[in-house]
Design a protein. Sequence first.
Length: 252
Amino acid sequence: MELREHLSELRKRTIRITIALIAGISVVFPFVPSIIKRFWYGIFSEELNMVVYTPTEWIVTQLIFSLLVAVFITYPYIVYQLYQFAKPGLFEHERRFIKTFLPFSYLLFLLGTGIAYFIVVPQLYGWAVVSYFGAEPQLSVQRTLYGAFKIFFAFGLAFQIPVLALIAVKIELINSDWLRGKRILVYAAIFILATNITFDISGISQVVILGLVALMYEFSILLAGLMERRGKEDKVPQKSQQIDGSEMVDKW
């Protein structure tokens, strides 16, 4: 395909994703206030009043929350559109491999965000509801939820690392040696990114995110190595069959 055709295809996929997100926001928005309340009380160990400091904060919070919920709902469709954009540049066996792993991508995304919601964020936000010298905490709804969302997506995307690594190895963009060589750079970049996306000045959330990324990255290296060894084992019988065939021709 020419560059113009690639850009046209990208535009078509982007428009479809945008329409899906707008439709999701329209459906979710009327139910957002009640969802936010459940979400708010779910991330704290005790009931804490929601505080709004500006007239537009509540509206902006509802819009952002609606967008994020729409992303969760339409995530499979977004991934499918991205796959359709990349499909013309893939061989048939690569297409079958990627389609096999796409459902696991969504499940791992839900698993990562679920761990963040039920375990990590309540532990990190637990200190926020503690009274300091008799002063009751007054947390901004927008800032608090925004910080929680960043942690959720950090965990959800971290669980995508093995899937992306396997796909990249399968289409021969990278290999296990490349992943090992980039290990330190990846950890440093993730630590810097985690420092900027989380509000925790104690460093606990940064360490948790870095530890999760390190675990997923090392797991990706292990899976990549296993895939490479399996690929070599599959090529050996094919090569031996070709040799046997050539010997039979020579004998004939």
